[in-house]
Ligand binder design. Structure first.
Ligand code: NAD
Length: 456
């Protein structure tokens, strides 16, 4: 592998990948792959995750197309140097920020959005003019092999390589020296990535997970309640069956509103899945047996079982779990301490909705917080008093599609951000360039020192 990587480093040094024309051609290659192989992509995502092709388009194919088009449209602007102001002491000088690619970067992605989470960072790496190795997840083998065997034909293989494999391949890759590592996955592996990177002083981006809360205020109008519930249901169960880093993990609600909320949720789920959820092809399947058993195990605690108020049928053979709603499972149980990453949705009841702030703040900083409320003072408090990768009012997951917003975590939910221009920036070094003329100088800048020079 080292000799291949050495070849890629040499290719980078040749300057080829720095050309705008190279970057544009590779981005167009990505676009052609998606457009020409759309059916194969849908098939692979169905095979790996049972994703309906409409969901696959909304969350992966469509968002990647949008991101490529955004990069194509803005690349020239992003590549341009930006003038920078200078202090008086630098009279008759000028300064600029010159964006330059980092070199050879490694992208390791996860299985839940195996196309999107592989290609979104790759778009940034290419736009910024880097060479890149992508290692998609072995747990989504159909998508992984489509990328490794087909996408690669649309790209410059001297500069971009796609390597399939699991943790041992990942570990081997981490032994090498990279100019940046962009990792999407669990905090456990994130720690392995970060310590391997430290040996070479390689900067990292860690796109991790955690428990994203949704706070639902006791909304008074029936329209608002219905809108909130529909959005909660779609962004939890209709989002890779809850196997998404930004899916709602649990709900915080006032006691007085809980039973109304549960009843509305039951109806909304039924509207989506029909009378026979097992037959529905709308909800994605659990990725594999191990994850299925992990989710099943979250319900093994008797007190957790007692808190189930809806759903719960499971089909191990078809890796299907019907949406499950729980009210007030024990706070110390695993379902409330670990990231759920599946179609289980606990509701925690509080005396006042304002108590949600303390509840959230007493836990690790989440990747996203969702708050459904019409109260402006409460919104202000949420913004000022909580910390999370992103904060969305009256919807969930939508932030993923916004090119103008940075996507990434804070604290235990991750390090670094991407999407839109942030994807270009994350693979770019902004070099400060200062140009000075020989014309004049200030005598007080130079020794020998005396107090006059200090006063000036
Ligand atoms: P994971 O950490 O198990 O695996 C992620 C990737 O790392 C895979 O490609 C895997 O092969 C590789 N890997 C595993 N062990 C490795 C090792 N020892 N050395 C190097 N590479 C190794 O995570 P996962 O199960 O694929 O994904 C689930 C987690 O990812 C959840 O916690 C979820 O919240 C998080 N996630 C975060 C985002 C985000 O954008 N923030 C997106 C999706 C998933």
């Amino acid at each position: 592998m080292e000799s291949e990587l050495e070849g890629m480093r040499k290719y980078f040094k040749s300057g080829k990948t720095k050309d705008a024309s190279w970057r544009l051609s590779q981005l167009k290659g990505l676009l052609s792959f998606i457009k020409e192989k759309e059916k194969e992509i849908f098939k692979a995502l169905k095979e790996d995750l049972g994703k309906h092709h409409v969901e696959a388009f909304r969350d992966e194919v469509g968002t990647v197309i949008k991101s490529i088009n955004y990069a194509l449209k803005n690349l020239e602007k992003w590549m341009s140097s930006e003038k920078a102001p200078l202090p008086k002491i630098a009279l008759l000088s000028s300064a600029e920020l010159v964006p330059e690619p980092l070199g050879l970067v490694l992208i390791i992605s996860s299985w839940n959005f195996p196309l999107g989470l592989s290609l979104e960072p790759l778009i940034g790496a290419i736009a910024a003019g880097n060479t890149a190795v992508l290692k998609p997840s072995e747990l989504a083998p159909a998508t992984s092999s489509l990328l490794a065997n087909t996408l690669i034909n649309y790209l410059d293989n001297n500069a971009i390589k796609i390597i399939q494999g699991g943790s041992s391949v990942g570990e081997q890759l981490l032994h090498h020296k990279w100019d940046k590592i962009f990792f999407t996955g669990s905090a456990r592996v994130g720690r392995i990535v970060m310590s391997a990177a430290a040996k070479h002083l390689t900067p990292v981006v860690l796109e991790l997970g955690g428990k994203c809360p949704a706070v639902i205020d006791s909304l008074s109008s029936s329209w608002d309640k219905q809108v909130a519930v529909n959005r909660v249901i779609v962004s939890k169960f209709g989002n890779c069956a809850g196997q998404a880093c930004i899916a709602i993990d649990y709900i915080l609600v006032e006691k007085r509103f809980a039973s109304t909320l549960v009843e509305l949720m039951k109806v909304a789920i039924k509207n989506v899945l029909g009378d026979n959820p097992r037959e529905s092809n709308t909800i994605a399947r659990i990725i594999n047996k191990q994850q299925f058993l992990r989710l099943k195990n979250l319900l093994s605690n008797l007190n957790v079982q007692k808190s189930v108020v809806y759903g719960g049928s499971m089909d191990e053979e078809n890796l299907f779990i019907e949406p499950i709603i729980l009210v007030d499972p024990p706070i110390q149980s695993e379902i409330m301490t670990e990231e759920i990453f599946g179609p289980l949705l606990p509701i925690i009841t509080l005396d006042k909705i304002e108590d949600s702030i303390e509840f959230i703040n007493s836990r690790p900083k989440p990747l996203a917080i969702y708050a459904f409320t019409k109260s402006e003072p409460f919104k202000k408090r949420m913004i000022a008093e909580t910390s999370s990768g992103s904060l969305v009012f009256n919807d969930a997951v939508l932030q993923y599609a916004a090119d103008s917003l940075p996507f990434g975590g804070v604290g235990e939910s991750g390090i670094g951000k991407y999407h839109g221009k942030f994807s270009f920036d994350v693979f770019t070094h902004y070099k400060g360039v200062l140009r000075r003329s020989f014309l004049t100088d200030f005598w007080y800048r130079f020794p020998p020192w005396n107090d006059h020079k200090l006063l000036l």
